[in-house]
Design a protein. Structure first.
Length: 201
């Protein structure tokens, strides 16, 4: 079992890199297998088709993302603390898993042709639940009235851009990669903006 888990992890790590660089259409199972140190036949024992491998990569991204979304519904914390932790977690994923984030972004930009049904089935119900939480906060006077849907869209865009559009950012900044200081500055700025949006006047 440990050997199987290790091989799957190696395959998935190479698949993430290849899909991020080449997209779904441009990625080759043979190349992924070779770079993972396996034969194509061996890889296909674990993932019988390219689509199965691609969907597993996207499943992993979405599992992480939805786990972070679910944290918004914790009644034991204040809305401000929950939003701060959510932004921090999303930025941490962009910093630690930029290639995985790019694979998901490329799928969505391409119209979610392969993964659209999973997004509808898994993201939409949780988004609706989180919107209900925001509405409860507003009704209880815990935050200012805000369009929760578009606030969450804005948080997604701001945090994920540090993975998906890091190439543009590094070009503008004149360096090879974003630093921890850049992510710390992004965190401070995004948190300040979001908490200002929900602050009571």
């Amino acid at each position: 079992m440990l050997q199987r888990d290790r091989l799957e992890a190696d395959i998935l790590a190479e698949a993430v890199r290849t899909f991020a660089e080449c997209g779904y259409e441009g990625a080759s199972i043979a190349v992924i297998a070779e770079n993972a140190g396996l034969s194509k036949q061996n890889l296909m024992y674990y993932f019988p088709t390219k689509q199965a491998l691609y969907e597993r990569v996207l499943d992993n991204v979405l599992d992480d993302w939805l786990e972070r979304m679910a944290s918004l519904a914790d009644p034991a914390q204040s809305p401000q603390d929950l939003l701060r932790a959510y932004i921090q977690a999303k930025l941490r994923f962009s910093r630690e898993q930029p290639l995985a984030s790019r694979v998901y972004a490329m799928e969505v930009i391409g119209g979610a042709q392969v993964y659209g049904p999973q997004i509808r089935e898994r993201v939409v119900p949780l988004l609706r639940r989180d919107i209900e939480v925001f509405e409860q906060w507003i009704a209880a006077g815990r935050i200012a009235p805000v369009n929760a849907t578009h606030l969450l869209f804005a948080i997604w865009a701001m945090t994920q851009s540090y993975a998906d559009f890091s190439a543009q950012m590094t070009l503008v900044l004149g360096r090879k990669e974003l630093t921890r200081r850049d992510f710390d500055a992004a965190e401070e700025t995004i948190i300040r903006m979001v908490l200002a949006a929900v602050a009571q006047t």
